[in-house]
Design a protein around this ligand. Structure first.
Ligand code: 3UK
Length: 470
């Protein structure tokens, strides 16, 4: 339970060196979540940043497996860790392990159910560093990496630790929650060459900058001296990067954002837009070293242009889910891993995300991707954020419904919802347009910033039951 600071590295690599298994966990959870994680993993020792100790004090009596706690504090005078460190032998023998020994776990917070302990080999970090970081990004020891995603995420631990360490590059660690302002400050101060973000943050950073531009009355100069001028590549992952955002970013800062899809199970990105080969809006093409397959419900490969389930094969795949045989068997099918994502390939060979398996909507027997409807609505100037889910009509047939957060200048009006419906009707195949639009103050998101459409589906349903005549 450690913030992004140098001690994180010491604990992670130190544990692996003695043959113990480090499990970085999300530092933004509740005491109940930590109780679950500590007991599910049966961790014997907890390395923890001082700020997080109160969470553990709340659940101390309910942790039968935990034997030892190592607290890392800013205040060196009273740190138990310092004591241990000062009294320790300078010699530490390395446990004899091979590449297939378990190296570390990461908990993955699926859209349903409890988090799954995803068990990785010692070899996985080597694979992702050689494939994505070195082959695709061309990372060298001259690079400086800045990751907005924190080290406890698979995306963050690759960006901020495995990648730079694999070539001797530098990394910028930020123990605080990323905000547009704090990220701009880090960019100015450390002049990184590669920036790793997520779509929501790219959107917020652009909004922040555009507001500043308006207030200062200056027109942006992409060749001028701005915060991104040291950055040669921006990377985005976690959810699809809307095409519009790609173009706005490129226009404002002159740097391309490479969108790529990765997962905790594959440790990092396995399909990506690559320098010199970018198709905005798509997830790009397979990263060298990975094989991809798009299949139908029977497991047969679909033809190009058709939507199916994305399977991936590569040497960075996790071994299994801890104490979850059923989920292991349904996800890890021999050499292939089921991503649970719907994808199709266009004529150019680019991979396009069409939502999660469980978020897809069947309308009149045809798949509708909520993501496609959302991307269309997002192009309307009044829409800041939106989410589309299936909603039953009078006949109980599922049709798309949109939840929309308007931009600051636009608030609710009958006119606005009608205008958005018309916008969708005009810009999408007719059966895809949202039959209902509800204006909401915010869209539920997971800790990793992913839309939680299932939450909207649930509130929607609960309300229908409570208000049958509404
Ligand atoms: C979705 C994307 C569209 C997709 C991750 C980079 O996000 C990461 O891991 P998670 O385990 O989630 C995996 C799922 O997220 N997804 C991720 N990236 C994209 N969908 N476009 C994208 N670019 O549903 C996938 O199955 O939290 C990302 C590196 C390491 C990671 N673990």
């Amino acid at each position: 339970m450690m913030l992004d600071e140098p001690q994180f590295f010491a604990v992670f690599w130190g544990a692996m060196k003695i043959g113990a298994i480090p499990i970085p966990v999300n530092t933004m959870l509740t005491a109940d979540d930590y109780e679950y994680l500590l007991n599910d993993s049966r961790a014997k020792a907890l390395a923890i940043s001082e700020e997080l100790v109160p969470f553990i004090n709340n659940i101390k009596g309910d942790l039968p497996y935990l034997r030892d706690m190592i607290v890392f504090s800013e205040d060196e005078a009273q740190v138990p860790f310092r004591h241990r460190f000062n009294n320790a032998s300078p010699i530490l023998n390395t446990e004899a392990t091979i590449k297939d020994d378990v190296g570390f776990w990461l908990y993955s917070s699926g859209s349903t159910g409890s988090p799954k302990g995803t068990v990785h080999s010692q070899y996985s970090p080597v694979v992702v560093s050689e494939r994505f970081a070195q082959k695709v990004l061309g990372l060298t020891e001259n690079d400086v990496c800045l990751s907005a995603a924190r080290l406890f995420f698979a995306y963050g631990i690759g960006n901020g630790m495995f990648f730079p360490m694999s070539v001797g590059a530098a990394t910028v660690l930020n123990p605080n929650r990323p905000t547009p302002e704090s990220i701009f400050n880090l960019l100015k101060r450390f002049r990184p060459t590669i920036f790793f973000g997520v779509p929501t943050l790219y959107g917020q950073m652009l909004d922040y900058k555009e507001r500043q531009d308006r207030e200062n009355g200056v027109s942006p100069d992409p060749n001028g001296n701005h915060e991104l001028s040291s950055v040669r590549i921006c990377v985005s992952a976690g959810e699809a990067l809307p095409e519009d955002l790609y173009h706005r970013w490129k226009e404002r800062f002159g740097v391309s954002i490479l969108d790529g899809i990765g997962s905790t199970e594959m440790l990092h990105i396995f399909v990506a837009n690559q320098p010199g080969d970018i198709k905005p809006g798509s997830s790009g093409k397979p990263v060298p070293g990975y094989e991809l397959k798009i299949v139908d419900d029977l497991g047969l490969e679909v033809s190009n242009g058709e939507i199916g389930t994305l399977l991936v094969k590569g040497h960075s795949a996790a071994q299994y889910y801890w104490r979850n045989t059923e989920k292991t068997r349904s996800t890890m099918k021999g050499e292939w891993l089921d991503t649970g994502d719907k994808y199709y390939i266009d004529e150019g060979g680019y991979y396009w995300c069409a939502g999660r398996s469980d978020d897809m909507i069947k309308v009149g027997g045809i798949w509708v991707s909520p993501l496609e409807v959302e991307s269309c609505l997002l192009q309307h100037p009044a829409v800041l954020e939106c989410a589309v889910v299936g909603h039953p009509d009078e006949q109980g047939l599922i049709k798309p419904k949109a939840f929309v957060v308007p931009t600051e200048e636009h608030t609710y009006s009958e006119g606005l919802t009608e205008e958005l419906k018309k916008w969708a009707l005009d810009n999408l195949a007719k059966y895809k347009y949202p039959r209902w639009i509800e204006i909401v103050p915010e869209i539920p998101k997971s800790a990793t910033g992913k839309l939680q459409r299932y939450k909207l589906r649930k509130t929607d349903k609960d309300r229908e039951i409570a208000l049958p005549n509404a």
